[in-house]
Design a binder for this molecule. Sequence first.
Ligand code: ADE
Length: 239
Amino acid sequence: MRIDVLTLFPEALDPFFSASIIGRAQTAGCVSIRSTNIRDFALDARGTVDDRPFGGGPGMVLMCQPLFDAVEKLETEEPVPATRILLTPQGEPLNQALCRELAALPRLLVICGHYEGFDERIRLGLRPREISIGDYVLSGGEAAAMVLIDAVVRLLPGALGDEESCNDESFSHGLLEYPQYTRPRVFREMDVPDILLSGDHARIEQWRREQAVERTARRRPDLLDKWKQDKVDDSSMKE
Ligand code: ADE
């Protein structure tokens, strides 16, 4: 997969993309990520990329021209068709199903909004898929780009050392993850549940499933309802 990120702050993103699992995934050839500064496409020597809003009001608005030029240049550089993504609190909510969908695409072009907003014609003219990482407002799309790219890259085949660890986690089956323990068996008078030391894999599997259901019911009843509905839908499809 190839991921291009259009941002005013590549220096904030690049160290993140070089570190940890994303860095390793790049070294392993699973993904190639490149950030491009929108300011490089400004037409004047001062690097102007924003302007005052028509109609008045506070703040500055990201202009069309630098962004359109940047998108068009990046897209013609390589024949692989890019899915354009605009990060904005007005977008569709990011969730695990959407991450899986994005992970199956050959190329993403991620646009980080900044300042008080962007010219509406960026939406209308570039027709990006608009995505939000949650119902709160960030000062820019960079933190959202890191979240989205992290969540997508770890799903790419070979990105995590162990394929299992990706499938088994929270949300893969629609439930939150069961509790995990490692050594020592007792820490500050807190014991590891006996069942995990029993060696009985079938019972351990069942305990983990029960824990996941119980934890989801307590913390995220909305997810549990959806999980139950999906199970009903699955079994009626098999009939
Ligand atoms: N930019 C600012 N806030 C955002 C959010 N919640 N999601 C995505 N992009 C954003």
